[in-house]
Design a protein around this ligand. Structure first.
Ligand code: CU
Length: 498
């Protein structure tokens, strides 16, 4: 990254968000601690965005001010009325006709993460539109039932725009899912996990400096559906909890304060073949988990916290290779807790008895497996971060440069190698993939990586092989790190399916 870009990020953010001086930030951090206690002490209900159809939908990107905690308002960016966008709900096979109208003071574009629309509807940053302009999307939703999402893919401005609210969920339903009779209606919860910093007045503050631009922008404030540490009232019944990790840089190790295992039924791009019980699930930005959680047997008044459990993350700043353990470790008054620090995200409060829980189905979906032997070729992508540079195979993103050419219909193995000190959630547009293997580092494929995926976490020292069939559409698509600061700073490349 050159110096002009470096200043560019800070300067644009500050014009949107106010003063940036170090002393003010330090003061905010001190007062922010008290603010945080206040906000946690009187938690705010979960924000539940409205459900909308993808047919004839208009999403207007605009500035707004909304309540993000009890008595705390903040300027945000939004595609609807709230701190996350409306939830788009579609059936497999349904046609999406969506107008994205830009009323921001800067360019933007929407990308449908996990869907595989044609190039013209994929939200490549070269398609971004300026204030007062619109972009029209037309595509068929061909994906299986799953939790997908949409977010800004603005050129070098994805991080601030997503952070400030330009993200929403895209739920796809199909007959396979319907036949399973999973918890639905009020017993299906969809949530977006993020972490955010606030200034002394509680307003969202996005001012990345120094290490924020290397590790990514980490914060100590847990936000769920755009609201700080919300309270989610539940019956003593089984729930389907569908989770998107959408922080700028934080990786969540999702678990419950009760220590109850999570029943995992789906991942990024649909259901697994069978449920699996796990103590916790690691989600990097862009990854999703479909869970069953049973509150049956809990007395009214019981509080169960959804939390990110502590884990060791290499690459943390000045902590001998990452911090471990309980509690928060503040980094230089910046209002951040380290990657891997424990963080309470939301609380479920059991308010009354509920219907008797049915057991989880023993079989879910039938998944086609792509064997390693089916691949026509392998390609290697090395992700590295050093000297304020984030690169893939030594290069930063260039808007029009085609870095790889893949024949239409080919099956290929793509190997993602992390040579640097920070984790990278690697995301592919245009395809779903299966994770074949992971060597180095954690050296295994996890249960939540056994279905179709579009994003995979690659920790330092790891090499992860994924396999995909490139048969959605011809055109130019993106491979990138979904750490939003890494992405904005160029850890992204184009591949052409031809
Ligand atoms: Cu990255």
């Amino acid at each position: 990254m050159n110096r002009r870009d470096f200043l560019g990020i800070g300067a644009t953010a500050s014009s949107l968000l106010g003063p940036t001086s170090a002393s003010l930030l330090a003061a905010c951090a001190t007062r922010g601690t008290r603010l945080a206690e206040l906000q946690v002490a009187s938690s705010w209900p979960l924000y539940r965005p409205e459900f909308v159809s993808p047919e004839g939908l208009t999403l207007t990107a605009r500035h707004a001010t909304v309540e993000i905690a009890r008595g705390v308002s903040s300027p945000i960016l939004t595609w609807g009325d709230g701190p996350v966008g409306p939830t788009i709900e579609a059936r497999t096979g349904q046609r999406a006709t969506i107008v994205m109208q830009n009323e921001l003071d800067e360019p933007t574009i929407a990308h449908w993460h996990g869907l595989r629309p044609p190039e013209s509807a994929d939200g490549h940053p070269r398609l971004q539109v300026g204030r007062g302009e619109r972009y029209v999307y037309e595509f068929v939703v061909r994906e299986p039932a799953g939790l997908y999402w949409y977010h800004s893919h603005a050129h070098a401005r994805t991080a601030p725009q997503v952070y400030l609210g330009l993200a929403g969920l895209f739920v796809v339903r199909d007959d396979v899912e319907k036949a399973l009779d999973l918890p639905s209606g009020p017993h299906e919860l969809t949530i977006v996990l993020q972490d955010k910093r606030q200034d002394a007045a509680g307003r969202l503050a996005y001012v990345p400096v120094g290490h924020d631009l290397m590790e990514g922008f980490l914060s100590d404030g847990p936000f769920v559906n755009g609201v700080r540490f919300p309270r989610i009232e539940v019956e003593a019944a089984r729930y389907r909890l569908r989770v998107l990790a959408a922080a700028n840089a934080r990786i969540f190790r999702l678990g419950l304060s009760t220590g109850t295992p999570l029943t995992l039924i789906g991942g990024d791009a649909g259901l697994l073949d069978a449920p699996v019980e796990v103590p916790s699930i690691d989600l990097g930005t862009g990854e999703r988990a479909d869970l069953l959680i049973d509150f049956a047997g809990h007395e009214p008044g019981t509080v169960v916290r959804l939390r990110s459990l502590p884990f060791r993350s290499p690459g943390g700043m000045g902590m001998g290779g990452g911090m471990m353990g309980r509690g928060r470790m503040m980094m230089g008054g910046s209002g951040a807790s380290a990657q891997g620090a424990e963080l309470d995200l939301a609380e479920f409060v059991v308010t009354r008895g509920g219907p008797r829980s049915r057991p989880a189905p023993s079989r879910l979906a039938t998944l086609e497996r792509l064997p390693r032997s089916s691949a026509a070729r392998e390609r290697t992508f090395r992700f590295d971060s050093r000297m304020m540079m984030h690169t893939i195979n030594g290069r930063r993103f260039e808007m029009e440069r085609v870095d790889e050419r893949v024949p239409f219909g080919a099956i290929e193995i793509w190997r993602f190698i992390n040579d640097g000190p920070f984790p990278h959630p690697v995301h592919m547009h245009a395809v779903h993939f299966q994770v074949l293997s992971r060597s180095g580092g954690r050296a295994r494929v996890f249960p939540w990586e056994r279905g179709w995926k579009d994003t995979v976490l690659v920790f330092p020292g790891e090499s992860v092989d994924v396999i995909a069939r490139f048969d959605s559409h011809r055109g130019m698509f993106l491979l990138h790190c979904h750490n939003l600061e890494h992405e904005d700073m160029g850890m992204m490349m184009n591949f052409q399916i031809e």
